[in-house]
Design a protein around this ligand. Structure first.
Ligand SMILES: C[S@@+](CC[C@H](N)C(=O)[O-])C[C@H]1O[C@@H](n2cnc3c(N)ncnc32)[C@H](O)[C@@H]1O
Length: 248
């Protein structure tokens, strides 16, 4: 299974993910009765927004972190009768019964190495004509942070998959999607220098590197990355995806 996330620290941060979630869900047109899959739902912020949009519908909320899903259950207490909470690794075939009417995902797919397999898996559970809207880190994402990481750790196995627009369009077409709209959108996020920047880096950005480091070296690593940034800015470039599963 994928690594665990610190759900409490995550929700305490000023997350640009809130805007990314609004922007992504804003591309769905729903009649309120659908069943929608939220991939990498985390602590359930967008799952909650989906429930608001689906007064007679359901959400399938999938994530590979038990701590994130515990936080989601707390957030959605009293509304869980309309949520299927699924603990699963989305690099594997999705354990979703039947079809869903739409699929959404925010800030997750850059953690998934094989996007061709990922999109084929989504097409397998999305009904023909169903919409797929998502966003994640794309080509050029957090280049300054990556340079700071490399200058401290040296050459390391890849942690992130920041895909480009053209290759993403091709993979979506190959997986059976149509009406494809993919873009790369620069969207830098400014944080307070010091503790907030370090907490943000440790909780949201550097988890893949931190899990490979001994505990005694982790704090120095995060401090060094923060110190090597010219500004307290995470230089995000988002890959936005909107597509429709072709009628078969
Ligand atoms: C940055 S968080 C985004 C959470 C939420 N969508 C949001 O916008 O706040 C990334 C999420 O992806 C999940 N994730 C990463 N790799 C995964 C995998 N292979 N399978 C399932 N979930 C995964 C993590 O557990 C985490 O909750």
């Amino acid at each position: 299974m994928p690594r665990e996330w610190d759900a409490t620290a995550y929700d305490a941060l000023p997350l640009p993910h809130q805007q990314w979630g609004k922007r992504t869900l804003g591309q769905l047109t729903l009649n309120g009765t659908e069943r929608v899959l939220d991939m990498g739902c985390g602590t359930g912020r967008d799952t909650a927004a989906l429930l608001d949009l689906l007064p007679r519908g359901q959400v399938v909320a999938v994530d590979g972190s038990l701590r994130m899903l515990d936080q989601l259950r707390k957030r959605l207490a009293g509304r869980l009768d309309r949520v299927e909470v699924v603990y699963a690794d989305i690099t594997e075939p999705l354990p979703v019964q039947g079809h869903v009417d739409a699929v959404t995902s925010v800030a997750t797919f850059h953690w998934i190495p094989d996007h061709a397999k990922l999109f084929a898996g989504i097409a397998a559970v999305l009904r023909p004509g169903g919409r797929f809207v998502a966003e994640c880190g794309g080509l050029g994402n957090i280049a300054a942070v990556s340079a700071a990481v490399d200058s401290f750790l040296g050459e390391q196995p890849a942690v992130w998959n920041f895909a480009g627009a053209e290759e993403t369009e091709r993979r979506l077409r190959d997986a059976g999607f149509t009406g494809i709209d993919v873009a790369l959108v620069p969207d830098p996020a400014r944080l307070e220098p010091g503790e907030q920047l370090r907490n943000y880096l440790a909780t949201v950005v550097l988890g893949g590197q931190l899990e490979r480091l001994p505990a005694a070296e982790q704090e120095a690593f995060v401090t060094a990355v923060a110190a090597r940034l010219a500004e307290p800015v995470i230089d995000y470039v988002r890959l936005t995806i909107s597509a429709t599963r072709a009628a078969s």
